[in-house]
Design a protein around this ligand. Structure first.
Ligand SMILES: *[C@@H]1O[C@H](CO)[C@@H](O)[C@H](O)[C@H]1NC(C)=O
Ligand SMILES: *[C@@H]1O[C@H](CO)[C@@H](O)[C@H](O)[C@H]1NC(C)=O
Length: 189
């Protein structure tokens, strides 16, 4: 039943960083209780994401000038498509995250500046603040919805303990993670 972006668009070499599922309902993901947003601000290595072949992906989260908003900057090294044409330079994308209800700070809506598909739910569902953080994104488009799981770490390689923990949480929430890919940070500037 699960149609992955990879299967649909693999012929064209486009990697979508999400999976596509039938139905207009995103899975229930519990936001991390009483998240202290200040403690997740700063720079993270993105070590895992659904359906990606990017490398060297970093996120920097910062307070926005707008109350109840965060800024997100994503830096990445390349996509394979660009590689074909010999471009291999860093690539920066920004996003605005709005926290809709301040009593649930782990749940927001993200608006990627380069996304044609509109805003997505942005739910921080696990973190220990010091080593790792796990994020679920979901948006509805027509008769399908798109999911992505992003795992971030303070070190370039995520400790297996945290990966197993996040996988267990995803299993409990009945969210398949076969498409969870590792993002290499071994050949970055
Ligand atoms: C979250 O904070 C509220 C209010 O301070 C408190 O009542 C509640 O028990 C906390 N929940 C957890 C899971 O820590
Ligand atoms: C914010 O979330 C809390 C806890 O889920 C809920 O009780 C409250 O009604 C929400 N407020 C708004 C304005 O949606």
């Amino acid at each position: 039943m699960v149609t992955t972006g990879l299967l649909l668009f693999g012929l064209f070499g486009v990697i979508l960083s999400h999976t596509t599922h039938p139905g207009r309902t995103c899975p229930e993901v519990t936001p991390f209780p009483n998240l202290t947003l200040d403690k997740v601000l700063g720079s993270w290595y993105v070590t895992h994401q659904f359906d990606t072949d990017n490398t060297c992906v970093r996120w920097t989260l910062s307070q926005s000038e707008q109350p109840d908003h965060l800024n997100l900057l994503e830096n990445r090294k390349k996509t394979s498509l660009l590689n074909i044409f010999g471009y291999n330079h860093p690539n920066t994308v920004s996003a605005d995250i709005e926290i809709l209800n301040s009593t649930v700070p782990a749940k927001g809506r993200i608006d990627w500046s380069n996304s044609p598909s509109g805003k997505a739910d942005f739910i921080i569902f696990d973190t220990d603040y010091e080593s790792y953080m796990a994020v679920f994104e979901c948006n509805i488009a027509g008769f399908v919805h798109r999911r992505s799981v992003i795992i971030l770490a303070k070190a370039p390689i995520l400790d297996d303990i945290y990966l197993k923990r996040v996988q267990r949480l995803l299993t409990n929430m009945e969210i398949p993670y076969d498409e969870l890919d590792t993002i290499s940070h071994s050949a970055c500037n």
